[in-house]
Design a protein around this ligand. Structure first.
Ligand code: ZN
Length: 251
């Protein structure tokens, strides 16, 4: 079984299309939320997702952009984008976003999908300090999560703790990094953000989860996309300039 794991698309259909084109053949898509907010193509993103064989969990931006919760705690740029997105979504797509389930959702035996943390959908797991409690308390060996827009893996085997960021080879075109999931080890794995990466790499991020009877693995990927087109769409929509500018730095 092979799943394409995506998160934090944030209305960036240019990045999503690049990911769907670059991803190896897969049986299902697992989407970790924040499909809209920030980017200028929310309807196109939702249309693409609706056409996929997929499991979804909602993100905090999804909730605000369909009016489920107020933009409390959002900075002015995020709040402005949420208001614009709410007005721009078609009724049908807004209804679809509103119906996205709250995480964590069990997508396979021993595998959960969450937006923030398996303990709370809005918690940020940035460092091992944040990962410690969920790793101890989560009910599955593997939780896939998003929200921070940073690709990586936190793992725990009894008293052994490890934090990894994928390292990509220097060879041109070498854009994936693989980790084996060993039995008994607990993992919190972030595929990174499709539409607004914040780990200093502008390329769209995603991951592939693979399992058979004997083993499981996650492979991290990056793929280039048409950043200029995504930026032009943001400027054309009159969204804050910062949302366009940050895409080329990946910060
Ligand atoms: Zn996000």
């Amino acid at each position: 079984m092979r799943a394409l794991v995506i998160s934090d698309i944030h209305g960036n259909v240019h990045a999503l299309d690049a990911v769907l084109a670059a991803a190896p053949a897969h049986d299902v898509v697992w989407n970790l939320g924040d499909v809209v907010g920030y980017g200028a193509r929310p309807n196109e993103v939702v249309d693409r997702l609706r056409a996929l064989t997929a499991r979804h969990v909602r993100g905090n931006h999804d909730r605000v952009c369909c009016g489920l919760t107020p933009p409390q705690g959002f900075n002015p740029v995020a709040a402005a984008a949420a208001v614009w997105t709410k007005e721009t979504l078609t009724d049908e797509n807004r209804t679809w976003v509103r119906a996205m389930p709250k995480g964590p959702v069990e997508v396979a035996t021993n595998v959960l999908c969450a937006h923030g943390s398996p303990l709370h959908e809005d918690h940020y797991i940035v460092s091992m300090r944040d990962a410690w409690a969920p790793l101890q308390r989560m009910e599955a060996g593997v939780t896939l999560f998003g929200h921070t827009h940073v690709q990586g893996n936190f793992s725990m085997l009894v008293n052994d703790w490890e934090e990894e960021r994928p390292r990509y080879g220097r060879k041109e075109g070498e854009v994936s990094a693989r980790i084996e999931l060993t039995r008994g080890t607990r993992h919190l794995i972030n595929p990174g953000s499709v539409g607004q990466p914040r780990d200093a790499d502008w390329r769209a991020a995603f991951a592939i989860y693979e399992e058979d009877e004997s083993q499981a693995s996650v492979t991290f990927h990056r793929t280039p996309y048409d950043v200029a087109a995504a930026q032009a769409a943001i400027r054309e929509a009159g969204l804050p300039e910062r949302l366009a500018a940050r895409l080329s730095s990946g910060k």
